[in-house]
Write a protein that binds this ligand. Sequence first.
Ligand code: GTP
Length: 182
Amino acid sequence: MKTKLVLKLVLLGDPGVGKTSLISQFVHARFKHSYQLTVGLDISSKQVKLNDGRTVTLSINDIGGQARFAAIRHMFFKGAHLAMFVYDVTRADTLKNITDPWYKELMEFCSQPNSTKSTIKIALVGNKADLEDYRMIEEEEGEELARQIGANGHISASAKENVKVDDAFKVLAQSFFDEVES
Ligand code: GTP
C-alpha cells in the first residue's frame, strides 16, 4: 500500500505582505493585484517533489495577519511541521514584527506532539522583491534575522513576477527531510 506523506505548513506575517499571493502563485499560478484580506484561515494543498524524486503533499494554512484574528489563529499553529514567515521588503516594520509577535506566537502555541520547538522547520521569505526601487530592507538584514530565528533558509521572492516562489516552498519541504534522515 502506498502512503501519502502530508506536511502541515503555516504562513505567518503582517497583513498585506503577500502570504495569500505567494500561495496563489505556487498552487494556481495566479496573481491578483487587488488586496482581499484573509478572514481567519484558508487551506489549500499542493504536491512538491523532493530532491530524491519522492513527493510530499503540503497542507498550506494561510492565516489572516490582522490583529483581530489573533484569538483563532493559535489553534492552527498546532501540529504544524513547517512555518513560512513572510515580510514585505518595502516595509521595514514587517521584518521587525517577524520576531515579535510572529515568531514568539508560533513558539508559544506550536508545542504539540509532532510539532515541537526543535522539530518545526522554518523559512523566512522577503516578498515583493520586484519593487526594487522601494526596497527598505537589504538582503543581509533578512539573512541575519533568519539566523536569529533558526530558519533553514532566507529567500527573496516576488509573488507578482513568480520569482523564487516554488523554491521557497520546496526548500522548506526539503529541509524537513534533510534533518529527519540525516
Ligand atoms: P492578509 O490576508 O491581510 O494577511 O494579507 P496577505 O499577507 O495575504 O497579503 P496579500 O497576498 O493579500 O497581498 C497584499 C497586496 O500585496 C495585494 O494587493 C497584492 O497584489 C500585493 N502583492 C503581493 N505580493 C506581491 C509582490 O510580490 N509584488 C507586488 N508588487 N505586490 C504584491
